[in-house]
Write a protein that binds this ligand. Structure first.
Ligand code: F6P
Length: 358
């Protein structure tokens, strides 16, 4: 009997999803023999699992996708908190997912995704399914792994944006404020900020004081620097807003948007130096994965095949201290890995004189 392996990609896309799929599938073909494996592709993440959007895929579909951005399976956000809630459509989502798995006679299911995806993966594992997670996200905020695929490609893109902003900022003697994705976690902004030579880095994990941000700009101007570059994570909060309860904070941002434009306007007002905003946004998630991410994604995929061979389910692949390994879903689902304000990378930045506005 052929081993039937389901694969889905869930949540926001990122470069490296296809490279991971390819790595896992090729390694399964290699281990079990191409004729002994049937890959079942599930469209649009858990939505497809809920609604039975499955199809048997051919080996040729996994060729030529190493360099391809996005996901050949399609993806969709399917919030975890709604998974156990029966909505107007009267669909019991968990039951449906279990039924699809059984109907497709799957031996296991590979779920490529970030935090929300892993919470649902654990839910499915708790319901008896053989699940193996693979850690994806440009935010790099998945607990239990040092790095997620997609992160380093996004760092490269954000760094390139900061490099380009440098030349135009210098020409015009301006302040350039670059908003970088990352609602709760500032890893992407921190890495790109350091790699892209930002003068000020603002992170969700370190609430900022607007006066201190302006002081940093003025200090640079007094040293004869005619421009400044700010790398600002989309989820930053000033000291006052950071003190609010989560719900109130969310309400504030729903009504007022991200801080980036306000920060730029305030700098211009307080310092008299012209400021502009740049939001690379979803460009950070687009295009081909970097060589680093192709390597990482391939290693992750190959490790997933090893877990399948060993019958080790209810786990997610991880990279810890440079080694590819796995964690129990029970140990990591629902936890986040945030930037440590006292950690090494923040210290590196501070030692360079980069301001965090605190
Ligand atoms: O989770 C990755 C991420 O890119 C976050 O950095 C960002 O806040 C969010 O997704 C944007 O989501 P969407 O693509 O649904 O707008």
């Amino acid at each position: 009997m052929k081993k039937r392996i389901g694969i889905l990609t869930s949540g926001g896309d990122c470069p490296g999803l296809n490279a991971t799929i390819r790595g896992a599938v090729k390694a399964c073909y290699e281990r079990f023999g191409e004729d002994n494996v049937q890959i079942v592709g599930i469209s649009n993440g858990y939505y497809g699992l809920i609604h039975g959007l499955c199809r048997e895929m051919q080996p040729s579909e996994f060729s030529g996708i190493l360099t391809q951005g996005g996901t050949i399976l399609g993806t969709k956000r399917q919030p975890f908190k709604m998974m156990t809630v029966i909505g107007d459509d009267n669909i019991n989502k968990v039951d449906n997912m279990v039924q699809t798995y059984k109907k497709q006679k799957l031996d296991c299911l590979l779920t490529l995704g970030g935090n929300g995806t892993h919470k649902t993966s654990k839910l499915l594992a708790d319901n008896g399914l053989h699940v193996i997670g693979l850690p994806k996200t440009i935010d790099n905020d998945l607990y239990g792994t040092d790095v997620t695929f997609g992160f380093h490609t996004a760092v490269d893109i954000a760094t390139d944006a900061l490099d380009r902003l440098h030349t135009t900022a210098a020409s015009h003697s301006r302040i350039m404020v670059c908003e970088i994705m990352g609602n709760r976690a500032g890893w992407l902004t921190l890495y790109a900020g350091i790699a892209g030579g930002a003068d000020i880095i603002l992170l969700p994990e370190i609430p900022y004081d607007m006066d201190k941000v302006c002081d940093a700009v003025v200090k640079r101007a007094q040293k004869g620097k005619t421009f400044s570059i700010l790398a600002v994570a989309e989820g930053v909060n000033d000291l006052k807003i950071a003190k609010l309860k989560k719900k109130e904070r969310e309400k504030f941002h729903a009504e007022n948007g991200n801080d980036t434009n306000r920060i730029a306007a305030q700098i211009e007002k307080n310092t008299g130096i012209e400021a502009r905003v740049c939001v690379p946004g979803h460009m950070l998630r687009g295009g081909s994965p970097s060589a680093y991410d192709r390597m990482l994604a391939t290693q992750f995929g190959v490790h997933a095949a090893e877990l399948i061979a060993d019958g080790r389910f209810g786990r997610t692949v991880a990279s810890v201290d440079g080694k590819i390994t796995s964690n129990k879903l029970d140990d990591i689902a629902g936890k986040k890995k945030l930037v440590d304000p006292k950690g090494q990378q923040v210290k590196t930045a501070r030692d360079l004189g980069i301001s965090f506005g605190d």
